[in-house]
Ligand binder design. Structure first.
Ligand SMILES: *[C@@H]1O[C@H](CO)[C@@H](O)[C@H](O)[C@H]1NC(C)=O
Ligand SMILES: *[C@@H]1O[C@H](CO)[C@@H](O)[C@H](O)[C@H]1NC(C)=O
Ligand SMILES: *[C@@H]1O[C@H](CO)[C@@H](O)[C@H](O)[C@H]1NC(C)=O
Ligand SMILES: *[C@@H]1O[C@H](CO)[C@@H](O)[C@H](O)[C@H]1NC(C)=O
Ligand SMILES: *[C@@H]1O[C@H](CO)[C@@H](O)[C@H](O)[C@H]1NC(C)=O
Ligand SMILES: *[C@@H]1O[C@H](CO)[C@@H](O)[C@H](O)[C@H]1NC(C)=O
Ligand SMILES: *[C@@H]1O[C@H](CO)[C@@H](O)[C@H](O)[C@H]1NC(C)=O
Length: 326
């Protein structure tokens, strides 16, 4: 039996149309699946929760569980760890999470008279390091106070801790005849935290596991009145936060109570440990196979664990089958 050319064309058309419909459905399904496992909630409040993160059983890779707190009534809050950190954004492409810390985020917060003349070594209130997250280098150390120098120390793979950032904060005084006034919290030339306005800031040189903040008076024998009165505050915040904070103070707007911090994550649990001796070795094949489920994905070692990415030209979630789309 032979078909006429027209019916042949009609069949071809039907087949093509069916194929198109199928692939449209596949794309739609792919888009749905790209962010989380099937049947898993992908949002908590207005925060999008992509796999390997999740907050319901079976929806996350071990260790990357979060809590979606709905009990308090308002917008659900996505919490990490013991609940002191609120997650506002999860980034798959560069393996970071932005979290907010409540007002008392200062590592050191005391008045001058409360502080020891020898200086203070205060352990960094972690809240994330014990869960396998690192402090990202996109944060900065912020120091408020007069004549104070501070630095932040981080784990150094068994060796003595290394400094990953530090700065000194002075208070410039202005002679107003009988009185001296501190130039404090004042934008000089539109800048804040320049180191002479009662505040300084320093970029972190590398990402790391912070374990201590050390602070000292710069002139131990000559305390000024300001030193004793002014609150000394040392904290870590995402770069740019302190500028907005100071601007808000200066323009008499209520500054944000919460402080944003960017932390880095990697997948550590249920995977073989990699050795310190080969810092730049590539992912073992079996890690790549069980973790980076999508085609066109690649695995990389990001201490303490592993992460996945889509190959160049592809986008999406490399941890899910079909996640990386061209
Ligand atoms: C999960 O999603 C459903 C539907 O969007 C919603 O009704 C439910 O409250 C969500 N659960 C949580 C814990 O957010
Ligand atoms: C989520 O809601 C908060 C306040 O309700 C808002 O400030 C924030 O920009 C929202 N985030 C996103 C990603 O829409
Ligand atoms: C994940 O769940 C375990 C067990 O419930 C809990 O101990 C741990 O704190 C959770 N991890 C995070 C990061 O919330
Ligand atoms: C990660 O990617 C997001 C979105 O592309 C970007 O906003 C953020 O600044 C990046 N973070 C880091 C630490 O590079
Ligand atoms: C520092 O402590 C004072 C008084 O205890 C408190 O009012 C203030 O909010 C604290 N500041 C920070 C940044 O933690
Ligand atoms: C803080 O630590 C440094 C270096 O470990 C040490 O030299 C200093 O004596 C310590 N200061 C205090 C007050 O403990
Ligand atoms: C401290 O004060 C004394 C006496 O007022 C002065 O001689 C000395 O130079 C001051 N030291 C510093 C570091 O400012």
């Amino acid at each position: 039996m032979s078909m006429s050319p027209t019916s042949e064309a009609a069949v071809l058309f039907l087949v093509t149309a069916a194929a198109l419909q199928l692939s449209a459905a596949a794309v739609a399904a792919g888009l749905q699946q790209r962010i989380a496992k099937p049947g898993c909630n992908t949002t908590c409040g207005n925060v999008s929760v992509p796999y390997p993160f999740g907050f319901s059983p079976g929806c996350y890779w071990p260790g990357l569980n979060l809590t979606c707190e709905t009990s308090h009534g308002g917008t659900p809050r996505l919490l990490l760890g013991d609940g002191t950190l609120r997650v506002t954004e999860i980034f798959i492409e560069n393996a970071t999470v932005r979290v907010m810390r409540a007002g008392s985020s200062a590592v050191i917060n005391a008045t001058g008279t409360e502080l020891n003349s020898d200086g203070w070594n205060v352990s960094f209130g972690r809240g994330f390091a014990e869960y396998g997250y690192k402090l990202s280098y996109v944060n900065e150390l912020v120091v408020f106070g007069c004549n104070v120098v501070a630095r932040i120390l981080a784990d150094n793979g068994g060796k003595p801790p290394r400094s990953i950032g530090g700065c000194a904060s002075f208070c410039t005084t202005i002679d107003l005849g009988d009185q001296y006034s501190i130039v404090e919290s004042v934008g000089l030339k539109g800048e804040y935290c320049t180191g002479i306005d009662g505040c300084c800031r320093a970029s972190l040189v590398v990402s790391g596991l912070p374990n201590e903040v050390q602070a000292k008076w710069l002139y131990s024998e000559n305390h000024t009145a300001w030193q004793d009165v002014l609150q000394v505050n040392v904290l870590v915040a995402e770069e740019g936060w302190v500028y907005k904070y100071m601007r808000a103070l200066e323009t008499n707007n209520e500054p944000e109570e919460e402080v944003p911090i960017v932390i880095e994550w990697s997948v550590t649990q249920d995977l073989p440990q990699h050795s310190d001796e080969e810092p730049d070795s590539t992912c073992p094949d079996h890690v790549s196979r069980i973790l980076c489920k999508s085609e066109h994905s690649q695995c990389s070692i990001e201490k303490p664990g592993y992460t996945c990415g889509c190959e160049e030209g592809y986008d999406g979630n490399p941890y899910l089958p079909g996640g990386c789309q061209g």
